[in-house]
Design a protein around this ligand. Structure first.
Ligand code: GAR
Length: 190
């Protein structure tokens, strides 16, 4: 069984989708959900799903406390599902090519610091792009710069709002994120 931890900063709809996808898996187990926001809705979701949830501070993140906890819990893969803090070098060093992030746009466009959630969709609409989508990638020490594992595209119409575009992007995320996680883990351990 590969033990994975999910990190989420907000609603956590992707985290919930991933937990449900692997609920019956004999290969991958979601061991815990971590969040940096004490008011994040993902905490309620974790409760309903009966997955242990840990809320942590910036100092715990940066000091190595979370890295130690992940190692104690024998976590092998980290999944960032709507998580907004940069990952410290120490965690990247302990989980080389074992951290996967999802970004709600077609990287390398619309990535980098401050580019998350609705900010991304607002920028895409403002630039009158005809398409957007999702990028699933490995995480390195820079925001949104790791190796791309997968991209999927959705159309952007002139009538789209940041909310309607977010809904289209979420749809792609729910379909593809769990299967790409599964493929990446299977490939790395084959
Ligand atoms: C998702 O759309 C994810 O791609 C995005 O945050 C949303 C979280 O939704 N991530 C980023 O913007 C990372 N830079 P959720 O909490 O409902 O899963």
């Amino acid at each position: 069984m590969k033990r994975i931890a999910l990190f989420a900063s907000g609603s956590g709809s992707n985290a919930e989708n991933i937990v449900r996808y692997f609920a019956e898996s004999s290969e991958i187990q979601v061991v815990a959900i971590f969040t940096n926001r004490p008011d994040a809705y993902v905490i309620q979701r974790a409760q309903t799903l009966q997955v242990p949830c840990f809320i942590f501070s910036k100092s715990a993140w940066k000091s190595g406390e979370i890295c130690s906890k992940l190692r104690e819990m024998e976590i092998e893969w980290i999944i960032l599902a709507g998580f907004l803090w940069l990952v410290p070098e120490e965690i990247i060093a302990h989980f080389p090519n074992r951290i996967i992030n999802i970004h709600p746009a077609l990287l390398p466009d619309y990535g980098g610091k401050g580019m998350f959630g609705h900010h991304v969709h607002e920028a895409v609409i403002q630039n009158r792009e005809s398409q957007s989508g999702i990028t699933i990638h490995l995480v390195n020490a820079e925001y949104d710069k790791g190796e791309v594992l997968f991209q999927a595209v959705c159309p952007v119409s002139p009538e789209d709002t940041p909310e309607s575009l977010a809904a289209k992007v979420h749809e792609l995320e729910y379909i593809h994120f769990p299967t790409i996680i599964q493929q990446a883990i299977q490939k790395a351990h084959s």
